[in-house]
Design a protein around this ligand. Structure first.
Ligand code: CMP
Length: 153
């Protein structure tokens, strides 16, 4: 089953939106397989955002993402990378459609509440920054037979 890395950023935790946003992933029926709170270090930020390190906005992004604890998660499900990105909406909360998480709760490009992997390859790279393989839990929800038909998973 496909995995994706999701990070509830400092603005999400500080604004008390963690429970509300996490519940949207629960409501969708995504399977949470790992979760931890941590404070990102500048070195971890450079590793996570390697493709953005040379961009003009990177210093501000690093200052923001290391300023306060985040909550990192791994979700599992069919097409979960695309499903979660669709639920988040466009990068900027000002441009994200209403009904998406950023569209409903963010008015910022940087403080966009939640990060999610953009491909299965990025997901496996990002998951390895934050989790050891033994911290990922394979479990079968009892209600799985009522959320997806046989063969859809
Ligand atoms: P995220 O999905 O975590 O991926 C990279 C992050 O960089 C993005 O969310 C925003 O928080 C931030 N970001 C992207 N583009 C910009 C920008 N132009 N200015 C400031 N921050 C940005």
């Amino acid at each position: 089953m496909e995995l994706t890395f999701v990070m509830f950023k400092p603005d999400c935790v500080q604004r008390g939106l963690l429970g509300r946003i996490l519940s949207r992933f629960d409501d969708k029926g995504l399977r949470l397989v790992a979760m931890k709170m941590l404070r990102i270090t500048p070195a971890m930020a450079k590793q996570h955002y390697a493709e953005h390190v040379s961009k003009p906005f990177y210093p501000g992004l690093e200052e923001f993402i290391t300023a306060s604890p985040v909550v990192g998660c791994v979700f599992a499900g069919p097409e979960v990378v695309r499903v979660v990105r669709d639920m988040l909406g466009a990068t900027s909360g000002l441009k994200a459609a209403s009904g998406t998480i950023r569209g409903d709760y963010s008015a910022s490009r940087q403080m966009n509440l939640v990060h999610a992997s953009d491909s299965p390859e990025s997901a496996s790279r990002e998951i390895s920054i934050y989790f050891k393989s033994e911290e990922l839990h394979a479990w079968e929800p009892s209600l799985a037979c009522w959320t997806q038909a046989p063969g859809e998973v």
